[in-house]
Design a protein around this ligand. Structure first.
Ligand SMILES: Nc1ncnc2c1ncn2[C@@H]1O[C@H](COP(=O)(O)OP(=O)(O)OP(=O)(O)O)[C@@H](O)[C@H]1O
Length: 360
């Protein structure tokens, strides 16, 4: 068995309270090294505050936070050298070229000219800005400015990258490209914490934290969040003959692996059937219904109901509003669950010596 990766970020019971429902409350989460955590929630839910706490720009009123093994409130230049940050409000020098803007940022990290030149060529290529390297900041489109900010955040080759709503207000094609960049950085072994209000971006993340009113409502893999929100996965069944609907419901409700059977509104021959894993159970459900010695029902189609992340998030928020849910993963996808739980178990928040030595 491979040993779990270390955690780039460990936050335990962290609160920073600006006012009633303003700030962050009892935040417990981890970000394993080499993964992307997406922090998703509406405006004002506390995403930027979460990032600022991890950067050491804010100190918590309560709880502990460790970033690359260190309390971020005590970060020194040697720690910051491992961290890249794309803030929500970015600054570009309008009269400097693309290359000069990036060089200026790199010089703040004390990089040498030869290092800067090699790194800049590589990064401009990475974000398709090579042809624009001599263009002035004020001549760049909004999308080019964003890509230049990414270059600036990566110049000093950080291990851990924070990006605060990097895809806000940009077109879907460029948004997709940004997620390609982020996943490529993840594949190089870097860790990313990315905030967004765009719920569908959850699918690009390894782990997703759903935030509302300063609280983390749920943290898990995108697939597991779907399962938790729905109580499993849903098979959408269409029968050939409406006359068999009641018989099918009876047979399915007696089947131990079926968790729930619901009628599809305004249809006389369709059903939603909740199971643990739709892919695994569709053949069994078909065999059960079509058994000539049993119900003998002809099924016209059976497929997994593809719900969007918007549906999933609405359900998570509704569940939280009616009965606050445990934010820890409770899932049955063993591989993914084991990974996240191993990281959690391995993070002994209370036992960290309060040292100030960067881990890498
Ligand atoms: N320095 C501060 N002083 C007082 N209140 C603050 C401060 N910073 C943030 N807040 C409040 O805390 C809450 C969370 O703000 P935060 O900026 O973290 O949210 P957000 O999810 O990043 O929002 P957005 O998506 O609009 O950037 C908001 O109600 C905000 O008004």
């Amino acid at each position: 068995m491979t040993s779990p990766r270390a955690n780039a970020i460990e936050s335990q019971d962290v609160s920073l309270i600006f006012g009633e429902n303003a700030g962050v409350f009892d935040q417990t989460y981890i970000v394993p090294e080499g993964t992307i955590l997406g922090l998703i929630g509406p405006s004002g839910c506390g995403k930027t505050t979460t990032v600022r706490l991890a950067l050491g720009l804010y100190r918590p009123h309560k709880g502990t936070i460790r970033v690359l093994g260190v309390n971020p409130a005590t970060f020194r230049a040697e720690h910051q050298a491992h961290i890249g940050y794309i803030p929500q409000q970015f600054v570009l020098y309008p009269n400097l070229s693309v290359a000069e803007n990036a060089e200026f940022i790199a010089s703040l990290y004390g990089m040498r000219r030869s290092q800067i030149r090699a790194r800049l060529d590589e990064l401009l290529e990475f974000v398709d800005l090579t042809d624009a390297r001599h263009r002035l900041g004020r001549q760049l489109s909004g999308g080019m400015q964003r890509r230049l900010m990414l270059v600036g955040a990566l110049m000093h080759d950080p291990d851990l990258i924070f990006a605060d709503e990097p895809t806000a207000g940009i077109d879907p094609v460029l948004r997709g490209k940004f997620w390609d960049y982020f996943r490529a950085l993840r594949d190089q072994g870097r860790t990313l914490l990315i905030t967004t209000q765009i719920v569908s971006e959850a699918m690009y993340c390894d782990y997703v934290a759903v935030m509302r009113q300063g609280r983390l409502l749920a943290i898990d893999t995108p697939q597991n969040l779907k399962r938790r929100a729905l109580g499993g996965e849903i098979i959408h069944l269409t029968l050939a003959n409406p006359a068999n609907l009641a018989k099918a419901v009876g047979a399915l409700r007696r089947y131990p692996h079926v968790k729930e059977v619901r009628y599809v509104p305004e249809s006389d021959r369709e059903l939603y059937v909740t199971v643990d894993d739709a892919g695994d159970w569709i053949p069994d459900v078909l065999n059960l219904l079509e058994d000539p010695n049993g119900p003998n029902i002809v099924v016209e189609s059976a497929e997994e109901l593809a719900l969007t992340f918007d549906d999933v998030f609405i359900r998570i928020i509704r569940q939280w509003e009616t009965q606050p849910i445990d934010p820890t993963p409770t899932v049955d996808d063993m591989a993914e669950k084991a990974t996240y739980d191993q990281h959690r178990a391995g993070s002994s928040y209370a036992s960290h010596p309060d040292d100030n030595t960067p881990r890498r």
